[in-house]
Ligand binder design. Structure first.
Ligand code: GLN
Length: 195
């Protein structure tokens, strides 16, 4: 399978390595033409407002919105999750979103004292907890009816969500050696590819 990794800003390289370790082709997506023929797409962490600006300047927003609306499986991590959300709190008024998930996220929601931390969390149907690295991460504050919560912190904070072919998490699964969250996403890609 060919998995695109949005590579305009942020931590795209680690996502590409993870896809390659799992035996698939990772393609850096920088321009609209790189979106052609993808089986799935990853939107990495970084700075969502900067990414939003770069996607706008590069003419990528509409092609991305169309592809996701047409059913391309997409996985957003951290800033990538923010870019998928219908509603974003504590962002710039001119920041754009792909509006791919019926969720409300709050940027930088863990506060300065704990802006980065690492933990192990349950994720979807994965049998044991996965490694989760949080860096100035968003929290998912509301989920719509069609959204499945796939990961929460022990205090109940929602940090992983899925809506059909769209997956998102607040943390960085690509910053550990644990590729099982990517494997979970590839399972979604396979499922949607045969439909
Ligand atoms: N704080 C960043 C944002 O709001 C996200 C951080 C990250 O992706 N690690 O876009």
């Amino acid at each position: 399978m060919i998995i695109g990794v949005l590579s305009v800003q942020g931590g795209f390289v680690e996502h590409m390595r993870s896809i390659e370790r799992l035996g698939h082709e990772a393609r850096a997506v920088r321009r609209p033409e790189h979106l052609e023929g993808l089986d799935g797409l990853i939107m990495p962490g970084g700075e969502s407002t900067t990414m939003s600006k770069l996607l706008e300047l590069g003419g990528m927003l509409e092609p991305l919105r169309t592809l996701v609306a047409d059913g391309l499986p997409v996985f957003g991590t951290c800033a990538g999750l923010i870019l998928l959300a219908d509603r974003v709190l504590d962002t710039r008024s001119d920041a754009h979103s792909l509006h791919a998930m019926d969720i409300t996220v709050r940027r930088n929601a863990f506060g300065r004292q704990v802006d980065s931390f690492e933990t192990q969390l349950p994720f979807g149907d994965i049998d044991t907890p996965v490694e989760a690295v949080f860096i100035r991460a968003p929290k998912v504050e509301e989920v719509g009816d069609g959204v499945e919560v796939v990961s929460t912190l022990p205090d109940g904070t929602v940090v992983g969500v899925r809506q059909g072919h769209v997956l998102g998490c607040s943390f960085h699964p690509e910053l550990s050696e644990d590729d099982r969250v990517h494997e979970y996403f590839l399972g979604m890609v396979k499922q949607y590819g045969v439909e």
